[in-house]
Design a protein around this ligand. Structure first.
Ligand code: 9MR
Ligand code: ZN
Length: 529
């Protein structure tokens, strides 16, 4: 079996595939002509639990349709080589967030067959308020396959998108066919505003920001507009408040050229959150005993505060925030991490996207050198296995595809600092993995690739009665410690980490979708475009 990037390969770029077991391969053009053949030396691979060989077919560069055959005559999926080959993946990956919108009807003109009525328009109850206090809370994005709305993952998703926009505005020129399209603001900003405006509603007068708003338990697999469970607002956390300070400060600098009034709202929110952060040294989050939805707990808020300090410094030019950054950096902290729990890397992106010379050189260098070191580590990992994947067996955690894509983000940034093309190629190989060059021979993006996954753990997808899933969703991917009965079934016992995956809506720990698993894909595709 030969695994390829099923969405295809870019003309002029490095093109690699992987033959399971290693050995002879032939590459055919659509007309059945052999355009390349050779032997790929088998290399042992702990991630996939077997041997495999790496194929380099970069030399084949003519636009067209191709497929591979292995020594046993087994055909791979058919894939294109063409210019702007990921344009549609990019568009769908970004439009995924429109489909996650809460509190608005998704109209046919934008959502096609996946249109549905407005959901969760009811007021939300503030947990522990006596007498019960209710708040208007319409808006935001559903976090994932459930209908919860959570501040920290929302802020991180926006950050991936806005930093990508700052680094490569040109990549976001195209209309995304969403309700606000054509209003003069790039659609990526229109989409993020939907979530930012909701986060504003999660803030208290004193600046503190509530962690999340969900029903007490997960609702059944019904359409969102049929979910009548009351949303409950859980207490304030320093994690949500710091992430809000950071993302609102970032949004202020991004939206100001387009919409001063909006930017002003974001600025006031950031400053209020900043004040709260100074007055409240720590207030982490644990699920209250009466709430059973996803926790997004995190024992350390130093990284959230670091990101906030970086963006607040850019917002206010107040050197006290630099002092905060230096204080926090005294602690051993991962400053390349880009996930929902560890956001030290977002402080890095704040520094890298700041106007030149905003930050003192030593701080800037600290971030740059950490990112280059991390890229070097990822390079070594990737070069040692036939999938050229920068993961170790125990990195296949819940949402492993996010790790893969965040690694690609780091590699891309390292490529831009060092002008070393090898980092960019390696970033491409991480993308290749997500789009099908893996031991499951599966594209983890719905609707893209001949063998793209089809059955995500996503309530609307299960409930809407439509066969094909909404396109552009990224699956969480293989999880070597699956937490659901589906993935724990006999079939997965003893499976290698890269194969701990089940394309079933029942497998929430390997096949859910989430906003912050899509946003790194958008970032990677924007930078590669
Ligand atoms: O993405 C989260 C993953 O990193 C955690 O290991 C997992 C268990 O705590 O939770 C994941 O987040 C889920 C959240 O709690 C609720 N909405 C769906 C999310 C994706 O599975
Ligand atoms: Zn909703």
């Amino acid at each position: 079996m030969i695994a390829v990037n099923q969405a295809g390969y870019e003309v002029g770029a490095a093109k690699h595939a992987t033959v399971m077991g290693g050995g002879h391969f032939r590459l055919y053009s659509a007309s059945g002509e052999v355009v390349l053949e050779g032997d790929a030396a088998p290399v042992a691979d702990e991630n996939s639990g077997g041997k495999a060989g790496c194929i380099d077919f970069t030399s084949v560069d003519a636009a067209g349709t191709y497929y591979f055959e292995d020594a046993a005559g087994q055909r791979s999926v058919t894939f294109p080589i063409k210019k702007k080959v990921y344009a549609d993946v990019f568009r769908d990956a970004l439009r995924m967030l429109y489909f996650q919108r809460c509190g608005i009807a998704l109209k046919k003109e934008y959502a096609g067959v996946y249109a549905h009525a407005a959901c969760h328009c009811m007021e939300a109850k503030l947990l522990y308020s006596e007498p019960a206090e209710h708040r208007k809370l319409k808006g935001g994005w559903h976090d994932a396959g459930d209908y919860g709305r959570y501040v920290t993952p929302g802020a991180v998703t926006i950050a991936h998108l806005l930093y990508a926009y700052l680094l490569k505005p040109k990549a976001f020129k195209q209309s995304m066919n969403i309700p606000e399209s054509g209003n003069g603001m790039p659609d990526v900003l229109n989409e993020c505003a939907w979530e930012l405006d909701w986060i504003l509603k999660m803030q208290d007068k004193d600046g503190g920001v509530h962690h999340k708003a969900t029903s007490a338990s997960f609702v059944d697999f019904i359409m969102p507009e049929d979910d009548q469970l009351e949303p409950v607002i859980t207490p304030v956390s320093s994690l949500a408040t710091a992430d809000t300070a950071a993302v609102m400060a970032l949004a202020t600098r991004v939206y100001a050229p387009f919409d001063e009034k909006r930017a002003g709202k974001y600025r006031r929110c950031a400053l209020k959150a900043a004040k709260w952060l100074k007055e409240n040294p720590g207030l982490q989050f644990k699920n209250p005993s009466e709430i059973h939805t996803g926790t997004y707990e995190d024992v350390c808020d130093a990284d959230e505060r670091l990101w906030a300090a970086a963006e607040l410094f850019l917002l206010t030019e107040d050197k006290a925030w630099l002092w905060s950054m230096r204080m926090i950096l005294e602690v051993r902290l991962n400053i390349t991490a880009l996930g929902w729990a560890d956001v030290g890397g977002l402080a890095g992106l704040a520094v890298f996207t700041a106007p030149k010379k905003s930050f003192p050189a030593d701080l800037e260098n600290k971030f740059r050198s950490s990112w280059l070191d991390e890229a070097e580590r990822l390079k070594k990992l990737a070069k040692a296995n036939p999938y050229e994947l920068a993961l170790r067996p125990y990195d296949f955690v819940w949402g492993s595809n996010m790790r893969v894509l965040c690694n690609a983000m780091v590699l891309l940034m390292a490529g831009s600092f060092s002008k070393d093309k090898e980092y960019t190629d390696l970033a491409r190989f991480q993308l290749d993995y997500v789009l099908g060059r893996n031991a499951m021979d599966t594209s983890y993006v719905t609707g893209h690739g001949e063998r793209s996954f089809k059955d995500p753990h996503n309530r609307p997808t299960v409930a809407d009665g439509i066969e094909a899933p909404i396109p552009g969703y990224v699956s969480g991917g293989p999880n070597y410690r699956p937490g659901d009965t589906m993935a724990n079934a006999e079939t997965l016992k003893g499976a290698a980490p890269m194969k701990c995956y089940v394309d079933s809506w029942k497998s929430y720990s390997t096949n859910e979708i989430a906003i912050y698993w899509n946003s790194p894909l958008v970032f990677v595709l924007a930078l590669l475009a």
